[in-house]
Write a protein that binds this ligand. Structure first.
Ligand SMILES: Nc1ncnc2c1ncn2[C@@H]1O[C@H](COP(=O)(O)OP(=O)(O)OP(=O)(O)O)[C@@H](O)[C@H]1O
Length: 245
C-alpha cells in the first residue's frame, strides 16, 4: 500500500439547504505541493474548504491528515494539528491592537507560543507594523499578513487558501504570490489554493482541479485541463482566465 498523503479527502458529499452541493470529491496533497482549485461561481469551492477545514461536517466521505482520520475533528482541533485556513475576506478582531491579536493567537495554542514564534511568522510574510496599531485600521494587505502570521506561528503543514489575492492591488498581489511560493517551495508547506488567476496557477500550482456544480470534472496540469472539453464547456466560451472564479 502506498504511504498516506499528508492531507487528503475521499468521496466527500455535502448537502446544504436541501441540495447536494458536493458530489464525491476526493483529493490528496503532499508536503510542498500546490494544488489549485478552479471552477465557475457556485461550483462548490468554498464549501469544499468548509469541509476540509472542519467548519462543516460532510454528509459522507472522510478527511485524513498525516495518516489519521480527522473527519470528526472541529476546525480548532484541525488548526492545532497543523491545518491552516485563510478566507476570501480577511476579517480581523475589532478593538484590538496588532500586538494583542498576536498575543491572543499565541495563547490559543497549547503549549503557549512565544513572541519568537510570532516574529518568525511575521518575518515570513514581511509583516512589519507597530504592535500598537489597531488591527481593524489595517489595509487589506496587512490584514492578510496579520492573519497569515497568526497561522504561520503554529508551523502548519498545510494551508487552505481561499482567493488570497482578493482585495489586493497588483504590486501587493506579486508580493503575496512570492510569499506563497516561499511557503510551499522553501518551507515545504502544502497549499490548496482556490484561485482564478491562471497566470499564478501556471507558475505555482503543481496540479489543478476543476469543480463544476459540485463535481470534480478535471484534474491535472493546468495546460492539460484548459484544453479539456468538459472544462471549456463548464466555463462557456472559456477564454483563458476570463470568467473564472
Ligand atoms: N449555507 C448554505 N446554505 C445553502 N446553500 C449554500 C450555502 N453555502 C453555499 N451554498 C450554495 O452552495 C453552492 C456552492 O457555493 P460555494 O460558495 O461553495 O461556491 P464557490 O465555488 O466557492 O463559488 P464562488 O466562486 O462564487 O465563491 C452555491 O450554489 C451556493 O448557493
Amino acid at each position: 500500500m502506498p504511504p498516506a498523503s499528508l492531507f487528503s479527502c475521499s468521496d466527500i458529499t455535502l448537502d446544504l439547504g436541501g441540495r447536494t452541493i458536493l458530489h464525491g470529491i476526493s483529493l490528496a496533497v503532499e508536503p510542498g505541493e500546490v494544488l489549485g482549485i478552479i471552477g465557475p461561481n457556485g461550483a462548490g469551492k468554498t464549501s469544499l474548504f468548509e469541509v476540509l477545514s472542519g467548519r462543516m461536517p460532510p454528509k459522507s466521505g472522510s478527511v485524513h491528515y498525516e495518516g489519521r482520520d480527522i473527519t470528526a475533528l472541529p476546525l480548532h482541533q484541525r488548526a492545532r494539528l497543523g491545518v491552516g485556513r485563510t478566507y476570501q475576506t480577511p476579517v480581523v478582531p475589532e478593538g484590538m491592537t496588532v500586538g494583542q491579536v498576536l498575543k491572543a493567537a499565541r495563547q490559543a495554542y497549547r503549549p503557549y507560543l512565544t513572541p519568537d514564534d510570532s516574529e518568525w511568522g511575521a518575518g515570513l510574510v514581511a509583516f512589519h507594523v507597530p504592535a500598537l496599531t489597531m488591527a481593524d485600521q489595517l489595509e487589506t494587505l496587512n490584514r492578510r499578513k496579520l492573519l497569515m502570521t497568526c497561522l504561520l506561528m503554529r508551523r502548519p503543514k498545510i494551508l487552505l487558501m481561499d482567493e488570497p489575492a482578493a482585495g489586493l492591488i497588483n504590486s501587493e498581489i506579486d508580493e503575496f504570490d512570492e510569499i506563497m511560493r516561499v511557503l510551499a517551495k522553501e518551507l515545504n508547506i502544502a497549499i490548496v489554493l482556490i484561485e482564478h488567476r491562471m497566470e499564478l496557477l501556471d507558475t505555482i500550482a503543481d496540479r489543478v482541479m476543476v469543480l463544476d456544480a459540485g463535481e470534480m470534472i478535471a484534474e491535472g496540469r493546468l495546460d492539460q485541463i484548459l484544453v479539456d472539453p468538459r472544462v471549456k464547456a463548464a466555463y462557456f466560451e472559456f477564454e483563458g482566465a476570463e470568467g473564472v472564479h
